[in-house]
Every structure is written in C-alpha cells, then in structure tokens.
Design a protein around this ligand. Sequence first.
Ligand SMILES: Nc1ncnc2c1ncn2[C@@H]1O[C@H](COP(=O)(O)OP(=O)(O)OP(=O)(O)O)[C@@H](O)[C@H]1O
Length: 578
Amino acid sequence: MIFKAIGRYKLLVTAALLTMLLQVGAALWQPSYMKSILKVMADMTLSTNGKIDKISQYGIALIVVAVVGLIGSVLNTLTAAKLSQAVSADLREQTFRKIQTFSYEDVEKFKADNLVVRMTNDINQIQMLLMMVFQVLIRVPLLFVGAFILSIMTMPKLWWIIVVMVVLIVVVTGISMGRMGPHFAAFQSLMDRINGIAKDNLRGARVVKSFVQEDNQAKAFDKESDELLGHNLAVGYTFSTMIPAFTIISQLAIFGAILLVSTFVTKSASVAADQLGGIMSFVQYMMQIMFAIIMGGMMSMFASRGMVSMGRISEILKTETSMTYATDDVEDLDGSIEFDDVSFAYPNDQQPTLKDISFKLTAGEMVGIVGATGAGKSTLAQLIPRLFDPTSGTVKVGGRDLKSVSQQTLKNTISIVLQKAILFSGTIAGNLKQGKADATSSDMDRAAKIAQAAEFIDRLPERYDAPVEERGNNFSGGQKQRMSITRGVIKSPKILILDDSTSALDAHSEKLVQEAMNRDLNGTTTIIIAQKISSVVHADTILVLDEGRLVAQGTHKELLETSDVYRQIYDTQKAKED
Ligand SMILES: Nc1ncnc2c1ncn2[C@@H]1O[C@H](COP(=O)(O)OP(=O)(O)OP(=O)(O)O)[C@@H](O)[C@H]1O
C-alpha cells in the first residue's frame, strides 16, 4: 500500500535521497578538515612557514563543505515535507473513496467514529513517519557506518571505546523502546474512544445541557484522557532517563578517549600535533555515531506508531464491500415488493431481528407498517433499498431479486426517508439534488409542495440557495423532516419509504403531506412506518410486526377483526387520545 503510494512520486523520492546523501557526505567530511587544521596549528609551534595559507585553505574548504551540507539539509527537509504530505493526502483520498464504496453494513462494522480517527489521526501518524523516513532513512546507517570506520581509521588504538559506547547506547535504546512500545500501541485505541466521547458530547450538546450532564460527560472524558496522559507520561519518563543516559555514556567515552590519547603522546611535537587533531575529529565522529543511534531509535519509535496506523488504513483499503451488484445495467422496475421467507440479524448480533417474513405488495399501493417499539419496522424497511442484505430468504422489487439488479436501478426505483432527518452542510438545493442530481427548480417546487416545505422555503430570501449548516442545525426539527421528505419525493420514485418521517409534523401538516402524496405520487408504492395507527388507517394494506415476526396483514378494518396485536395497539393509542 505505502510503497505504491510513494511510487507515484519517484522524482521527489530521488531528490529526498540525494539531498540526504549530500548531508551525510558533508557531515562525514567535516571532521577530517578539522583534523587537518588542528594538525597544522599544532605544527605552527615548530615553524610558521606557509602554515597560515594552509589553514585558510582548509578553513575555506570546511566552510564550503558545511554550506553544501546545510543546503542539502534544507532541500531534504523541503522534499521530505512535500513528499510526506503528498503521499498522506493521496492515502486520505484513497481511504475516503474506499469508504464511499462500503455498504451501510460495512460502515456499521467499523463504526463511523473509528473511520474518522483513521482518516485523520492515523494518516497524520503515517505522514510523520514518512517525513522521518525521508529525512533520516539513509542518513542513519550511512552516518553510523561512515563515522564508525572513519573514527577507527583516525584513532585505530581507540576502536574499543567506540565499540563499548555503541553497545551501551544500543542497550539503553533497546530497553527504552521496549518500555515505550506498549504505550504507543495503546494510543490509537484511546484516541478512538476520546474522539467518540467528544463527538457524542458535542453532537448531543442540547441533551447534555438540558439533562445537566456536563459533569458526567466530563468525568467520562477525564477517565479516557487520564489514561492517555498516563501513557504519555510513561513515554516521557522513559525519554527523560534515556537522554541523560546517552549524555553520560558519550561524556565517559570522550573522557576515556582523551585520557588514553594523552598517554600515547610522545615527546615528539609532530606526533603530539597529529594526536591532537586526531582526537578532535575522533570525538566528532563519536558524536555522529551517537546521533545516528538516537535518530535510529527515534525512527523506530515513529515506525512503531506509524506501522499501527498503516495497519489500520490498510484494513480499510483491503476491505471488500459486503455488498456487490451483479450488473451495471439500468432497468425500469415497477413498484411491487415481495419478501420471501426473509430473516435478518445485524452484524455481530446472534439473535435475528427479523424472522421468516413473507408478504407481497402490489405496485402503487399505500402500505402501513405498525408494531411496538423495537418490533423491527425500520429494519424491515432498510432491506428494501438494500441497506442490508437479508441473512436468509429473498427480497424482490419489480419481480427481481435485489441481488441481481444494479445499484443505479435501485437508486432510481426506491427512495427512503429516514426516521432521523439528516441534512448536509451546503444549500437547500444541494441537499435536494442528492435525491435527483439534475433536479430543476420546478422539480424542487413540486416536491417541496408535496412535503409541505414550500411554505417555509418561500419565506427564505435565498429560497433553494439558502445555506444549510452542519447537520441542518439552522432549521427546526419539522423543517428538517420536510426537507428530507422533499429530497425523498423529488425523483417521483416507484417506491417511497417513509420511516416515521412525519413524527415532527403536526397532525394537520401530516394529513396535508399524505393528501399531496396521494394526489401527486399516484402509482408510487408508499410504505409508511408509523408509531400512530391513525397515520395509516387509510392504507391499502397494513403489515403488523411483533418481535421481528409478521403477525398480520390486511386493511385497518380487517385487522381490527383478525389481529389481537393490532387491536391492542389501536386500543392503547385510542385510550391515550381520549
Ligand atoms: N444498527 C443496529 N445494530 C444492532 N441492532 C440494531 C440496530 N438497529 C436496530 N437494532 C435492533 O433491532 C431491533 C429492531 O429495531 P428497529 O429499529 O427495526 O425497530 P422499530 O420497530 O423500527 O422500532 P421503533 O418504532 O422504536 O423505531 C431493536 O431491538 C434494536 O435494538
């Protein structure tokens, strides 16, 4: 996944690698000039002949190498930043596109909040890792090996000091990383939970305020946040012991090296000068080795977090949607519906929500679905536009098994207006066009009249261009429902499902909507899921659900005579009204 994403930016990758090489080359070269300058300076105690010129030459060369290294470093940072941002933007878009192919069931399995964290936080982790990789990937091994060899070449007798230092630093790094690893693994799932709480709280701000739940919400948030703090502190503590440990190791190594060198210095001045220059560059190489190991450790830290994130993104990209369409052909189906021995269980649910349901509806009928809360009405309705596939049995529309028709055919044939009116930020027109992409303003007028939305839309100065805020927050519950019904009816579908979607409307408006539908959507099979039997008394047929089973079907009059469940619901509601 990641290699494919990076592969698109060959030029940037090459530039990042070359600039990295430039940096390493310059870093390794500099100490040798230092050594030469110091050697010449020490020699000056014997004779100054031509020495100043030599020092200037070495000095200029040293500055040139340092400037080249600096340019390499700036260019490398720029290319690494550009590359990591481009790759992570591609991954984010690819992930979002993939999620768009998911069925509703797939989204339910992942959970929406979790998908949001993956597309934001996880992609950021990958971006940070890539930035690190393209800044230090080659630099670490080259700097380590280069500085190691050059240090031993500079002071062959001190090879063992380098080896002891490397072993100690590797041991400290290994122990520290081992301690930090489990904390990094916990970060991501904690971020999912914290994000979920924050989102629930902000979305349900009205409920939180009206039920004075601020304290409880804050406590729940604090619990997760404290756990995250605990992991962050544990990482911080380990880090705070790691850095001083490195400093002590390097100081001891430098001290040891200087001490040993002083014992090598003989009375010969030229040898002493040589040793002085040597020890300077030796110490510089030692520092570079330590830097390389620390950078390597840091990279492995970013890598361990980035790998977890990559796994989470690749899980999305590898997910094959649970719903496939047998064909792309667009067909003209009529609005008849047939359920043949349908049972359905939600993903990860052992118990079926719908059990052995069979019925037939003729095109153009007005159908009511009633039943107690939790009886399975919405679940049954969701199987018609194929939001879920049945666990067993067949759902047919226009005589065709839903699994054998194309997505576009389904979209053209069926509209569902959900219990909760969901609007997207943009304009009213933008939301209505989700129902019919090429809707004209006369289509919108017609649909708005049916849904009794015209009365408030006409009062808005911008009418259909009026802005809709996030989740339609600038509209009332009833206005949102009316817009949602407008979106549902705008394409005059063959089948229209209204899932308790007039609940926020007063009885008069509900009646007006139904009358307008009867008049203007003649020929549309209308399924009305209703809490109140009064909303469906005029239906051609009513399905009565009880604990996931279809227990009766008929007209209001027939059901009053034949169905105990129906009569019970009717009597209870009537008693309440009286
Ligand atoms: N996404 C889901 N995942 C798991 N279980 C679910 C899901 N949605 C609904 N259920 C369960 O399925 C059962 C039927 O729910 P459904 O929403 O279909 O009932 P309903 O008859 O429409 O109820 P209501 O009239 O209250 O809207 C309930 O027990 C509910 O807990």
